[in-house]
Each structure stands twice: as structure tokens, then as C-alpha cells.
Design a protein around this ligand. Structure first.
Ligand code: CP
Length: 306
């Protein structure tokens, strides 16, 4: 592993090594963490909005003693026509060794990884979310969280409900589960928000949430990604909640105490009720906290090779 564009870049062994490193870092004191990557430099390049991914990478880097460069695209020389590649080359020249990139362009991360491997082979690129296809660190943190809270994930029934068609989270989380041999996954959405049949070949797909929820162990709700839809495709909030929103009453069909997840940002009262999001069975804050250690683990594995 030199870059991370997609979960498809990782073997099951790589994924387990990242989880094991995250466990190791979780057990360390702040002082021990702070000396691991002292003065190494991360460039956080977010060309799409983000709260948890951007700040989680930033916090992970700072807790390991790193410095963080953050670029606001609209106040940068990107507006004068500088390419993404020239931006990375420039930041490498001021010391950046690792780049986290979020973009609506699905291909840019992989293309930059290929170019930077040729020009500056000691640099690393991590995809912080690319279009609708890849969000590898979210996939890793979701599965790491599931493994922490479910003792037999291989036999668990996992339901993912929401805007699957536009969800890089659904794609990366399913790829990560599949890489570890976990395939009992049901994807539920209104018909027009289901993906092509050729995608997610190991998962079941359907439009009936109540049937899918029967005996489910883990239910993950996803946001409707209005920003990636045409006007006619956007469902009305109330009718969407009636058919596809999760709440405590609806979860009576699942296994007792089924776990609830959401990658965030969430729309309370649309894909998930507030009382369920804030309940004891919700892993939403655990997902965010685990994201910090997954990202620290990646920095440590990529930069701390001695
Ligand atoms: N889950 C996630 O990617 O959230 P942000 O868009 O806030 O980073």
C-alpha cells in the first residue's frame, strides 16, 4: 500500500493490518502518539464540502505531531488555472509528503497518484471521498466499528438504506465488508435510487424496507444526496421518512438491540429519527471517533516505516 484511492487497492491482509494499527494507536497515550510523526506534513485538499472527514484527518495528523496545510481552492491559484497536479507538485516542494484529496471527480485521485508516483515517489495520496464511487476511509471506519460492536459479523445481516445510487459510502463499505468475506448485505432504496444491477453483485437489492429489516443485526441509514440529483429525483422529506426513514418503531422487526449507523452528515427526521440517532443503540459517534484512529493508522503505516 503506497496510496489509497479505493478499497479495491486493499487486500484482506491490508485491511486487518490497518485495524490492528488503529487498535495499537488507541491504546497509546497522547505523549506517545505525539512523537510518532513529528514535523511530517499533510496537505488536506478538499475540493468538496466536508466536516468530519477533513477535520478527522487534520486531528489525526496533529495528534501524531504532524503539521497540516489546508488550501481553500477559491483563494488559491487554482482560480488562475493551476492544475491539480501542479498544485500537488508545489505543495510537495514546500514539504508535504502526504495528500488527502476530496473531489467530485471520481478519477482525479487515482490519476494524481499515478503522476505523483512517477514524479515524487516518496509522496502518498489518500482519497478523502471521490464522486459517487470511493470513500475508502469511511468504508474502513464503518467496518472497524461494526467489528468492535458485533461479535460475529460474518453471520450478521446488514441493511443499508437510503440513496445507494449516489453513495460512495455504500460502495466503499460494501467493498470492505466483501473483502473480509462478509456478504449478507441488503441494500434498500426507492427504485430510482438503487444502483445498476451490475454493481454490488454480492448484495441483495430491494425497495421494501420493512421486509429487509426482519432479523437485521445492523442498519445503516444514508443521506439523500440532493446535490447529485436532478430536481425531479428528489423525494419529499415526509413521504421519504414514511417509507424509508428509520425510527425505533420500525426497528421492532430487527434483532433485539440491532445496531444503528450513519456515516453523516444526517438529516434528522428524514432518513433517521432524532430519538434513534441519539439512542443507546446508535454507533454514529463511535463511527466518527473510530475514523480518527483509522486515519492515524493510515498515516502511521504510510509514513512511519522504520
Ligand atoms: N461522512 C463524511 O464523509 O462526512 P463529511 O462529508 O462531513 O466529511
Amino acid at each position: 500500500m503506497h496510496h489509497l484511492s479505493s478499497i479495491a487497492d486493499l487486500s484482506a491482509e491490508n485491511i486487518r493490518a490497518i485495524f490492528s494499527k488503529a487498535d495499537e494507536l488507541k491504546a497509546m497515550s497522547a505523549t506517545e502518539l505525539n512523537t510518532r510523526l513529528q514535523h511530517r506534513i499533510l496537505a488536506n485538499l478538499f475540493f468538496e464540502p466536508s466536516t468530519r472527514t477533513r477535520l478527522s484527518f487534520e486531528s489525526a495528523a496533529k495528534q501524531l505531531g504532524m503539521h497540516v496545510l489546508t488550501m481553500n481552492e477559491h483563494q488559491s491559484s487554482r482560480v488562475k488555472g493551476e492544475t491539480y497536479l501542479d498544485t500537488l507538485i508545489t505543495l510537495q516542494a514546500v514539504g508535504a509528503e502526504i495528500f488527502v484529496i476530496r473531489s467530485k471527480d471520481e478519477k482525479i485521485c487515482n490519476e494524481l497518484a499515478i503522476q505523483m508516483s512517477r514524479l515524487h515517489p516518496n509522496t502518498h495520496i489518500i482519497n478523502g471521498g471521490g464522486g459517487t464511487l470511493n470513500h475508502p476511509t469511511q468504508g474502513l471506519l464503518d467496518v472497524y466499528t461494526m467489528l468492535q460492536h458485533h461479535s460475529d459479523l460474518e453471520s450478521a445481516k446488514i441493511v443499508i438504506v437510503g440513496d445507494i445510487k449516489h453513495s460512495r459510502v455504500a460502495r466503499s463499505t460494501c467493498q470492505c465488508l466483501n473483502a473480509l468475506g462478509i456478504t449478507n448485505i441488503s441494500l434498500v432504496a426507492p427504485q430510482h435510487l438503487l444502483p445498476e444491477a451490475s454493481e454490488f453483485t454480492t448484495s441483495k437489492q430491494g425497495t421494501d424496507l420493512d421486509t429487509a429489516l426482519e432479523n437485521a443485526d445492523i442498519v445503516m441509514a444514508l443521506r439523500i444526496q440532493k446535490e447529485r440529483m436532478l430536481d425531479g429525483e428528489i423525494p419529499d422529506n415526509d413521504s421519504y421518512h414514511q417509507r424509508y426513514g428509520i425510527n425505533s418503531q420500525r426497528l421492532e422487526k430487527t434483532c433485539p438491540q440491532a445496531l444503528v449507523m450513519h456515516p453523516g452528515p444526517m438529516n434528522r427526521g428524514v432518513e433517521i429519527s432524532s430519538e434513534l440517532a441519539d439512542s443507546q443503540r446508535s454507533l454514529i459517534s463511535a463511527q466518527v471517533n473510530n475514523g480518527l484512529f483509522i486515519r492515524m493508522a493510515l498515516f502511521d503505516l504510510l509514513l512511519n516505516k522504520q
